[in-house]
Design a binder for this molecule. Structure first.
Ligand code: NAD
Ligand code: UDP
Length: 324
């Protein structure tokens, strides 16, 4: 029997989704990319359109979808704070109704389904670094809650479909991931700092800049997701996938300036509400069960990302579409 599969990637035209589609197409699978282009553009997957094993479907995952597939990667959801807070109710609908729709499809097709969850389920963590057993510290009524609680509810749905209907699920908790094809105006720290440095604009450091994040390069992340999908059926997760090297945001700003050779200065802006103070994955579980760990250090990954940003025409990108 062929090991080639029919694979659905929701949010497949986005930053991570487009790289995942690229990898799955290269591996010979029959890939269906579903996206409503809320935070992405067709150019991310334009190079795949000529491939006979790639198909692009404009569809909003809040609405049911009838397809026959063997595996589903559920990535559809705005991920940058500015994007997910743009229409918070829609963000919650996307997480919850999107999860119900892919889980229903997986149940009907007996497909395996992987949820792209997030380190945001840990909120502003009191435990450091964060292991999967930590239950988190999320403000359920703050401006980040539409995303954090939406993703937590999606994890709940995944586990309940697994326990109740025996759906073959996987949950990965993704920590800050960056790389080429990030939306240059998504407001995330890596895209902001690189764009600002290349344009000679001031680098906007929120708060003291002493808050930390751990940055994973996109290729490492895609490898982690694929390994999790291929893991034995008794390992459903959740599993942390991220790079445990921890940096202050000030260090990131200085590195962006150094690697771009920019003359940009640093300016301070207020810290957003509920901005987590520290974040670093404990990846022991991924190492033990998936044999996975990141291979690309921040300096190298940033250099590659900067090379890509230098090729980008910023006029080709727009803000999220109103009325979503
Ligand atoms: P992204 O915004 O580039 O990708 C999300 C994609 O989903 C976009 O193409 C968007 O148009 C699409 N989408 C949004 N709402 C949709 C809907 N209702 N129906 C169909 N498509 C919809 O962001 P990304 O960084 O590539 O994130 C991909 C996934 O990984 C998200 O689920 C995100 O929560 C998760 N994640 C990412 C990170 C990270 O650091 N990049 C960290 C944690 C979790
Ligand atoms: N940040 C910053 N300047 C920016 C954008 C973000 O200092 O222009 C900070 C932000 O306050 C946070 C960190 O960088 O502490 C990471 O922010 P991002 O939005 O990328 O991701 P998240 O907060 O979801 O981890």
């Amino acid at each position: 029997m062929s090991s080639l599969k029919r694979i659905l990637v929701t949010g497949g035209a986005g930053f991570l989704g487009s790289h995942l589609c690229e990898r799955l197409v290269a591996d010979g699978h029959d890939v269906i990319c579903v996206d409503n282009f809320f935070t992405s553009q067709k150019s991310n997957v334009a190079h795949l359109l000529a491939q006979p094993n790639f198909e692009l479907l404009r569809h909003d995952i809040v609405h049911p979808l009838w397809l026959e597939v063997d595996e589903i990667y559920n990535l559809a959801c705005p991920a940058a704070p500015g994007h997910y807070q743009f229409n918070p109710i829609k963000t919650m609908k996307t997480s919850v109704m999107g999860a119900i729709n892919v889980l229903g499809m997986a149940k009907r097709c007996r497909a395996k389904v992987l949820q792209a969850s997030t380190s945001e389920v840990y909120g502003d963590p009191e435990v450091h670094p964060q292991p999967e057993s930590y239950r988190g510290s999320v403000n359920p009524i703050g401006p980040r809650a539409c995303y954090d609680e939406g993703k937590r509810a999606a994890e709940t749905l995944f586990m309940d479909y697994h326990r109740t209907n025996k759906v073959n699920v996987r949950i990965v908790r993704i920590f800050n991931t960056y790389g080429p094809r990030m939306h240059p105006f998504d407001g995330r720290v890596v895209s902001n700092f690189i764009r600002q440095a290349l344009c000679g604009e001031p680098i906007t450091l929120f708060g003291s800049g002493n808050q930390t994040r751990s940055f994973c390069y996109r290729d490492d992340l895609v490898e982690g997701m694929i390994r999790m999908m291929a893991a034995p059926d008794d390992f459903v997760g959740p599993v942390n996938v991220g790079n445990p090297a921890e940096f202050t945001i000030r260090e990131l700003a200085e590195l962006a300036i150094e690697l771009t050779g920019s003359g940009s200065t640093i300016v301070h802006r207020p810290l957003p509400v509920d901005d987590p103070e520290r974040r670093r994955p404990d990846i022991t579980l991924a190492q033990d069960r998936l044999g996975w760990q990141p291979t690309i250090a921040l300096r190298e990954g940033l250099a590659r990302t900067i090379d890509w940003f230098r090729t980008v025409n910023l006029d080709d990108y727009r803000a999220p579409t109103p009325n979503y």
